[in-house]
Design a protein around this ligand. Sequence first.
Ligand SMILES: [Zn+2]
Ligand SMILES: [Zn+2]
Ligand SMILES: [Zn+2]
Length: 153
Amino acid sequence: MDTQNNSANTQTETEDFAHLLRSNKLKVTQPRLRVLEIVSTKTAAISQPELEKILGNEIDRVTLYRILASFEEKGILHKIFDLHGTATYAICSTKCSAHHHHDQHVHFICSVCNSIYCLDEISLPQINLPSGFSLYSIAINAVGLCKNCQSTH
Ligand SMILES: [Zn+2]
Ligand SMILES: [Zn+2]
Ligand SMILES: [Zn+2]
């Protein structure tokens, strides 16, 4: 690993990610740390093709696919589908755990650049289901223009 000139900040972050992996009973590996590092630096959700582009041949496709699947299962990342039906991933809130996602927030999808943002601050409506139905999750997408696209249109 050629990260001798890492800043102190990056070092702490790596420690946090390593801790996150260990607390989810995942082995701390370089590819897993790299994926967490990239996803956490993005303000919008990121798709597997985008990740592949950033990673180049650092991590092969199959490994990346497995990492994303395991992160989703453990409650580290949650999956959101964009307007084209492509799966994108965003970091979960700390409340998420294995098999129990609590990312019940609105997702904003930009119709121009297709970026997806997690809007944690918006509270979701109470869903009153007919009797006999039970609720597992709510997915609400708000579609419009993001901040970046707003300024260029
Ligand atoms: Zn989650
Ligand atoms: Zn946009
Ligand atoms: Zn989200």
